[in-house]
Design a binder for this molecule. Structure first.
Ligand code: NAG
Ligand code: NAG
Ligand code: NAG
Ligand code: MN
Length: 446
């Protein structure tokens, strides 16, 4: 039987089969006549031989036909890189609908297979390399109460990052590409990453700043929860001490409240690259600006709001801004920063009800593929990136929970609190020193 190269073996037997389907293609020992000849003397083909092969448009959708694993329910299975859907969209300021983003991106990813997964721009196939890559499914999140939703997302990401080991090392957790959801889902992801790695550099591809203070949104009714929306989560992350002093936006063209928005943004330690820079100054300018800003060996998060692309390529999103990047420009920039230390990433704001002909979700699937390619191509992370006090911090948080319930805080717990404060101060000092070191290095180069 002649098998076309595009056929997939989606055998349900081995979890690794899908990621390594190429090696498991059936020996081509059957002619199609033999397969359908019921009166043949030959040993009949196995069920797997008969029914194990699917074409890309067949089967249940997981991202790129990867193995689906209910990661939250099973602490014992290890993996290195995973997709996690975050179907949440009740913190948007304009068009909602991104709760359906994860399933749309999965559907649009079906032409990515381990057989046809070779990324020719990277000269690399992430699906046939050292990393075990799985689709973790979705985080369960309520659409009824955002304070509960953020607790669910934060605890979910903590579970996935603090209590999971990667396949290659007990020292380092798996890495995730989150499929949004609106952009606020970055915050819970960063909270958990910060517990593992300390402060994180943000590379933020977006038409908008998303560092807006909540009072930039019109509301008489203020609450702690209303501070978090899809245009203020970076402000919140900065105020929670999660982000470093070396962050960058790329693709900006949002309308502003005024130039004071840039002052607020400066104070949160972001460098800005405008959408027009990619054609006025060129892609190399954009790439170099990112590489000059982000220290290559420190933990970095890539967040891609699909509205960084022109509305011509992203009708399916919440807040369109004309005059955006082409998909090929974004892909080029992502490929050119592949050597940074990427500890996590996301593709957010795919809102399929507004999408035309799966264009936005197909771009979303491609962006996830590029981030996965970079994570795997660079190899496993250095365990030294993990801060030693992560486990201690979890315990302290737990102790604080108990004290809130009225239990007495004893001497040891007080000492722990003092230590926690000292760790925080040292962490801030470290970040300042790193930023100064980077500035000095740049002076040296000039
Ligand atoms: C089916 O198998 C029988 C028994 O081996 C053989 O006689 C017959 O020619 C086969 N038919 C076809 C269409 O190959
Ligand atoms: C991860 O590895 C550590 C160190 O070997 C071990 O103590 C822990 O139980 C492992 N956790 C899981 C979820 O396998
Ligand atoms: C990343 O680093 C490798 C190894 O040093 C190098 O071969 C490759 O060209 C780098 N990639 C880019 C895009 O600079
Ligand atoms: Mn955004």
């Amino acid at each position: 039987m002649k098998l076309s190269g595009t056929i997939l073996n989606l055998s349900l037997v081995s979890p690794l089969l899908v990621a390594h389907a190429y090696a498991d293609l059936h020996p081509l020992s059957w002619t199609s006549d033999e397969l359908i000849n019921d009166s043949s003397d030959e040993k009949p083909p196995s069920l797997d031989e008969m029914w194990g092969d699917l074409w890309p448009f067949q089967g249940i959708n997981t991202f790129a036909h990867l193995e689906h694993h209910k990661c939250l329910l099973d602490p014992d299975t290890t993996y290195d890189v995973a997709l996690i859907g975050v179907p949440f969209d009740t913190a948007v300021s304009y068009r909602p609908g991104a709760r359906f983003g994860p399933r749309a991106i999965r559907a649009a990813s079906q032409r990515q297979t381990s057989l046809r997964g070779y990324n020719q721009r990277a000269n690399f196939n992430p699906y046939q390399s050292w990393a075990k890559i799985v689709d973790c499914g979705d985080l369960p999140i309520t659409p009824m109460d955002n304070s509960i939703a953020f607790a669910q997302m934060t605890k979910g990401f903590e579970e996935l990052l603090l209590r999971r080991n990667s396949s290659t090392s007990d020292k380092i957790p798996p890495r995730y590409v989150a499929l949004g959801g609106d952009h606020s889902v970055l915050l819970p992801h960063l909270r958990a990453l910060h517990e593992v790695y300390g402060r994180i550099n943000i590379i933020h591809f977006d038409a908008h700043l998303d560092t807006w203070a909540p009072d930039k949104y019109p509301s008489f009714w203020h609450s702690d929860q209303s501070e978090i929306n899809h245009g203020s989560m970076l402000w919140k992350a900065h105020h929670e001490g999660l982000t470093s002093h070396t962050n960058i936006h790329a693709g900006l063209r949002t309308k502003l409240s005024g130039l004071e928005d840039y002052e607020d943004d400066d104070s949160q330690h972001f460098i800005r690259i405008d959408a027009d820079d990619i054609w006025l100054k060129g892609p190399q300018y954009v790439v170099q600006k990112i590489l000059d800003t982000i220290p290559a060996d420190t933990p970095t998060y890539i967040s891609v709001d699909v509205d960084v692309l022109d509305p011509g390529f992203t009708s399916g999103t919440g807040t369109q801004e004309p005059g955006g990047w082409l998909p090929r420009e974004l892909i080029h920039v992502l490929r050119s920063i592949e050597n940074l230390t990427i500890v996590g990433g996301d593709v957010v704001e795919v809102s399929p009800a507004f999408d035309t002909a799966e264009i936005t979700s197909t771009n979303g699937a491609q962006i996830a593929y590029e981030i996965i390619t970079s994570m795997v191509k660079k190899g496993p992370l250095d365990p030294k990136l993990v801060r030693g006090d992560a486990e201690e911090l979890v315990k302290i948080t737990h102790v604080n929970d108990l004290s809130k319930e009225g239990k007495e805080v004893n001497g040891i717990q007080k000492t722990k609190k003092t230590l926690q404060q000292k760790i925080k101060e040292l962490d801030e000092l470290k970040v300042e020193l790193e930023a100064e070191l980077l500035a000095l290095r740049k002076l040296q180069v000039q």
